[in-house]
Design a protein around this ligand. Sequence first.
Ligand SMILES: C[S@@+](CC[C@H](N)C(=O)[O-])C[C@H]1O[C@@H](n2cnc3c(N)ncnc32)[C@H](O)[C@@H]1O
Length: 225
Amino acid sequence: MRPLSNRLQVIFDQVPVGAKVADVGTDHAYLPIALAKAGKAESIIACDIKEKPLQKARENIEKFGVSTVETRLGDGISPIKEGEADTVIIAGMGGDVITHILSNCPWIKNPGVFLMLQPMTGAEVLRGFLNSNLFSIEKEIPLLDAGKVYSVMLVRYSGKKESLPAGFEFSGKVSAETNEGRLYLEKQRKRVFDCARSLSSIDGKEAEARYYTEILNHLNTLLGI
Ligand SMILES: C[S@@+](CC[C@H](N)C(=O)[O-])C[C@H]1O[C@@H](n2cnc3c(N)ncnc32)[C@H](O)[C@@H]1O
Protein backbone atom coordinates (compact mmCIF):
# COMPACT_ATOMS: atom_id res chain seq x y z
CA MET A 1 0.00 0.00 0.00
CA ARG A 2 1.26 3.51 -0.78
CA PRO A 3 2.02 5.70 2.23
CA LEU A 4 -0.92 7.35 3.98
CA SER A 5 -1.63 10.99 3.19
CA ASN A 6 -0.24 13.34 5.81
CA ARG A 7 -3.81 13.92 7.05
CA LEU A 8 -4.42 10.23 7.69
CA GLN A 9 -0.87 9.71 9.00
CA VAL A 10 -1.41 12.32 11.73
CA ILE A 11 -4.61 10.50 12.78
CA PHE A 12 -2.86 7.11 12.60
CA ASP A 13 -0.11 8.40 14.93
CA GLN A 14 -2.66 9.47 17.56
CA VAL A 15 -4.54 6.15 17.71
CA PRO A 16 -3.73 4.59 21.10
CA VAL A 17 -2.04 1.18 20.95
CA GLY A 18 -4.61 -1.54 21.66
CA ALA A 19 -7.58 0.70 20.79
CA LYS A 20 -10.94 -0.63 19.68
CA VAL A 21 -11.34 1.58 16.62
CA ALA A 22 -14.38 2.62 14.61
CA ASP A 23 -13.60 4.52 11.41
CA VAL A 24 -16.83 6.28 10.44
CA GLY A 25 -17.04 7.33 6.78
CA THR A 26 -14.16 5.06 5.88
CA ASP A 27 -14.49 5.21 2.07
CA HIS A 28 -11.30 3.48 0.79
CA ALA A 29 -10.47 2.12 4.31
CA TYR A 30 -6.81 3.18 3.97
CA LEU A 31 -6.58 4.16 7.63
CA PRO A 32 -8.12 0.91 9.01
CA ILE A 33 -5.87 -1.11 6.69
CA ALA A 34 -2.74 0.76 7.87
CA LEU A 35 -3.79 0.26 11.51
CA ALA A 36 -4.37 -3.46 10.91
CA LYS A 37 -1.06 -3.89 9.09
CA ALA A 38 0.78 -2.16 11.97
CA GLY A 39 -1.06 -4.30 14.55
CA LYS A 40 -1.83 -1.09 16.39
CA ALA A 41 -5.48 -1.70 17.27
CA GLU A 42 -7.24 -4.50 19.14
CA SER A 43 -10.22 -4.33 16.76
CA ILE A 44 -11.19 -2.18 13.79
CA ILE A 45 -14.66 -1.56 12.36
CA ALA A 46 -14.85 0.45 9.13
CA CYS A 47 -18.28 1.99 8.44
CA ASP A 48 -19.81 3.97 5.64
CA ILE A 49 -23.29 5.26 4.86
CA LYS A 50 -23.03 4.18 1.21
CA GLU A 51 -22.62 0.73 -0.25
CA LYS A 52 -20.26 1.82 -3.05
CA PRO A 53 -17.47 3.18 -0.81
CA LEU A 54 -17.93 0.26 1.55
CA GLN A 55 -17.48 -2.12 -1.38
CA LYS A 56 -14.26 -0.24 -2.23
CA ALA A 57 -13.20 -0.66 1.40
CA ARG A 58 -13.87 -4.45 1.24
CA GLU A 59 -11.88 -4.75 -2.00
CA ASN A 60 -8.92 -2.88 -0.50
CA ILE A 61 -9.08 -4.93 2.71
CA GLU A 62 -8.88 -8.08 0.60
CA LYS A 63 -6.23 -6.65 -1.74
CA PHE A 64 -3.93 -5.71 1.14
CA GLY A 65 -4.53 -9.00 2.90
CA VAL A 66 -5.78 -7.79 6.28
CA SER A 67 -8.36 -10.02 7.88
CA THR A 68 -8.97 -8.04 11.07
CA VAL A 69 -10.98 -5.12 9.63
CA GLU A 70 -14.74 -5.58 9.80
CA THR A 71 -16.97 -3.47 7.53
CA ARG A 72 -20.47 -2.21 8.35
CA LEU A 73 -23.03 -0.19 6.41
CA GLY A 74 -25.03 2.60 8.06
CA ASP A 75 -25.43 6.25 8.98
CA GLY A 76 -22.73 7.63 11.25
CA ILE A 77 -22.01 5.63 14.40
CA SER A 78 -25.35 3.77 14.27
CA PRO A 79 -23.75 0.50 13.03
CA ILE A 80 -21.56 0.40 16.18
CA LYS A 81 -22.99 -0.73 19.52
CA GLU A 82 -21.85 0.78 22.81
CA GLY A 83 -18.71 -1.03 24.00
CA GLU A 84 -17.64 -2.13 20.52
CA ALA A 85 -15.33 0.89 20.07
CA ASP A 86 -13.39 3.13 22.44
CA THR A 87 -11.80 5.24 19.69
CA VAL A 88 -14.09 6.78 17.08
CA ILE A 89 -12.50 8.40 14.04
CA ILE A 90 -14.56 10.69 11.82
CA ALA A 91 -12.35 12.29 9.18
CA GLY A 92 -12.56 13.83 5.75
CA MET A 93 -16.12 15.22 6.04
CA GLY A 94 -17.64 18.65 6.62
CA GLY A 95 -17.96 19.91 10.19
CA ASP A 96 -21.74 19.97 9.79
CA VAL A 97 -21.85 16.27 8.81
CA ILE A 98 -19.55 15.32 11.71
CA THR A 99 -21.83 17.34 14.04
CA HIS A 100 -24.88 15.47 12.71
CA ILE A 101 -23.15 12.12 13.25
CA LEU A 102 -22.10 12.95 16.85
CA SER A 103 -25.52 14.35 17.78
CA ASN A 104 -27.17 11.04 16.84
CA CYS A 105 -25.05 8.84 19.11
CA PRO A 106 -25.76 9.02 22.86
CA TRP A 107 -23.10 6.49 23.95
CA ILE A 108 -20.18 8.72 22.93
CA LYS A 109 -21.10 10.95 25.90
CA ASN A 110 -18.65 8.96 27.98
CA PRO A 111 -15.13 10.07 29.03
CA GLY A 112 -13.91 6.58 28.13
CA VAL A 113 -14.66 7.17 24.45
CA PHE A 114 -11.92 8.97 22.54
CA LEU A 115 -13.02 10.93 19.45
CA MET A 116 -10.63 11.86 16.67
CA LEU A 117 -12.31 14.41 14.43
CA GLN A 118 -10.94 15.97 11.28
CA PRO A 119 -13.31 18.32 9.47
CA MET A 120 -12.45 19.42 5.91
CA THR A 121 -14.60 22.57 6.28
CA GLY A 122 -16.82 24.17 8.93
CA ALA A 123 -14.56 23.37 11.90
CA GLU A 124 -16.20 26.23 13.81
CA VAL A 125 -19.63 24.57 13.59
CA LEU A 126 -18.17 21.40 15.06
CA ARG A 127 -16.31 23.23 17.88
CA GLY A 128 -19.49 25.11 18.78
CA PHE A 129 -21.41 21.82 19.00
CA LEU A 130 -18.67 20.17 21.08
CA ASN A 131 -18.51 23.01 23.57
CA SER A 132 -22.27 23.32 24.04
CA ASN A 133 -22.63 19.55 24.43
CA LEU A 134 -19.92 19.34 27.12
CA PHE A 135 -17.23 17.67 25.04
CA SER A 136 -13.69 18.84 25.68
CA ILE A 137 -11.20 19.40 22.85
CA GLU A 138 -8.10 18.16 24.65
CA LYS A 139 -5.68 18.91 21.85
CA GLU A 140 -5.61 19.94 18.21
CA ILE A 141 -2.96 19.04 15.68
CA PRO A 142 -2.80 21.38 12.68
CA LEU A 143 -1.35 19.82 9.54
CA LEU A 144 -0.65 20.49 5.89
CA ASP A 145 -1.84 18.07 3.24
CA ALA A 146 -1.63 18.71 -0.52
CA GLY A 147 -1.18 22.42 0.12
CA LYS A 148 -4.21 22.74 2.41
CA VAL A 149 -4.24 23.17 6.15
CA TYR A 150 -6.52 21.18 8.49
CA SER A 151 -6.81 20.42 12.18
CA VAL A 152 -7.23 17.05 13.86
CA MET A 153 -9.24 17.41 17.09
CA LEU A 154 -8.69 15.00 19.97
CA VAL A 155 -11.90 15.04 21.98
CA ARG A 156 -13.60 13.42 24.98
CA TYR A 157 -16.87 14.00 26.77
CA SER A 158 -16.13 15.81 30.04
CA GLY A 159 -19.66 16.64 31.20
CA LYS A 160 -18.38 20.11 32.14
CA LYS A 161 -18.90 23.42 30.40
CA GLU A 162 -15.56 25.01 29.60
CA SER A 163 -15.16 28.75 29.72
CA LEU A 164 -13.62 29.56 26.35
CA PRO A 165 -12.69 32.90 24.78
CA ALA A 166 -14.97 34.52 22.20
CA GLY A 167 -13.77 33.28 18.85
CA PHE A 168 -12.62 29.90 20.17
CA GLU A 169 -14.83 28.20 17.57
CA PHE A 170 -12.52 29.58 14.87
CA SER A 171 -9.15 28.95 16.53
CA GLY A 172 -9.84 25.86 18.59
CA LYS A 173 -6.77 24.79 20.53
CA VAL A 174 -4.43 25.55 17.63
CA SER A 175 -1.44 27.68 18.59
CA ALA A 176 0.71 29.81 16.30
CA GLU A 177 3.89 28.17 17.58
CA THR A 178 4.26 25.84 14.61
CA ASN A 179 4.24 26.69 10.90
CA GLU A 180 1.07 24.59 10.41
CA GLY A 181 -0.61 26.24 13.39
CA ARG A 182 0.20 29.69 12.10
CA LEU A 183 -1.10 28.83 8.62
CA TYR A 184 -4.30 27.43 10.11
CA LEU A 185 -4.94 30.55 12.21
CA GLU A 186 -4.11 32.81 9.24
CA LYS A 187 -6.62 30.92 7.08
CA GLN A 188 -9.32 31.33 9.74
CA ARG A 189 -8.39 34.99 10.22
CA LYS A 190 -8.83 35.69 6.51
CA ARG A 191 -12.31 34.16 6.52
CA VAL A 192 -13.35 36.13 9.58
CA PHE A 193 -11.79 39.35 8.26
CA ASP A 194 -13.75 39.02 4.99
CA CYS A 195 -17.02 38.46 6.93
CA ALA A 196 -16.41 41.42 9.25
CA ARG A 197 -15.57 43.71 6.33
CA SER A 198 -18.62 42.71 4.23
CA LEU A 199 -21.00 43.01 7.19
CA SER A 200 -19.66 46.40 8.28
CA SER A 201 -20.96 47.99 5.08
CA ILE A 202 -24.51 46.58 5.40
CA ASP A 203 -27.20 48.54 7.29
CA GLY A 204 -28.78 46.49 10.08
CA LYS A 205 -25.83 44.06 10.34
CA GLU A 206 -23.89 46.05 12.95
CA ALA A 207 -24.29 43.40 15.69
CA GLU A 208 -23.03 40.64 13.37
CA ALA A 209 -20.11 42.84 12.25
CA ARG A 210 -19.21 43.41 15.94
CA TYR A 211 -19.38 39.64 16.55
CA TYR A 212 -16.90 38.95 13.75
CA THR A 213 -14.69 41.84 14.88
CA GLU A 214 -14.47 40.25 18.35
CA ILE A 215 -13.42 36.94 16.76
CA LEU A 216 -10.89 38.81 14.63
CA ASN A 217 -9.38 40.35 17.78
CA HIS A 218 -9.02 36.87 19.31
CA LEU A 219 -7.26 35.54 16.19
CA ASN A 220 -5.04 38.65 16.02
CA THR A 221 -3.97 38.06 19.62
CA LEU A 222 -3.08 34.42 18.89
CA LEU A 223 -1.13 35.51 15.82
CA GLY A 224 0.60 38.34 17.67
CA ILE A 225 -0.78 40.93 15.22
C1 LIG B 1 -14.23 12.03 1.61
S1 LIG B 1 -14.58 10.49 2.31
C2 LIG B 1 -13.43 10.43 3.68
C3 LIG B 1 -12.75 9.11 3.77
C4 LIG B 1 -11.77 8.97 4.92
N1 LIG B 1 -12.46 9.01 6.19
C5 LIG B 1 -10.69 10.01 4.87
O1 LIG B 1 -10.63 10.86 5.76
O2 LIG B 1 -9.89 10.00 3.92
C6 LIG B 1 -16.12 10.70 3.15
C7 LIG B 1 -16.87 9.39 3.35
O3 LIG B 1 -17.84 9.60 4.37
C8 LIG B 1 -19.00 8.91 4.03
N2 LIG B 1 -20.11 9.51 4.78
C9 LIG B 1 -20.72 10.71 4.56
N3 LIG B 1 -21.71 10.90 5.45
C10 LIG B 1 -21.71 9.80 6.27
C11 LIG B 1 -22.49 9.42 7.38
N4 LIG B 1 -23.48 10.17 7.84
N5 LIG B 1 -22.22 8.23 7.97
C12 LIG B 1 -21.21 7.46 7.51
N6 LIG B 1 -20.45 7.76 6.45
C13 LIG B 1 -20.69 8.94 5.84
C14 LIG B 1 -19.09 9.05 2.51
O4 LIG B 1 -19.90 8.05 1.93
C15 LIG B 1 -17.62 8.93 2.12
O5 LIG B 1 -17.27 7.60 1.80
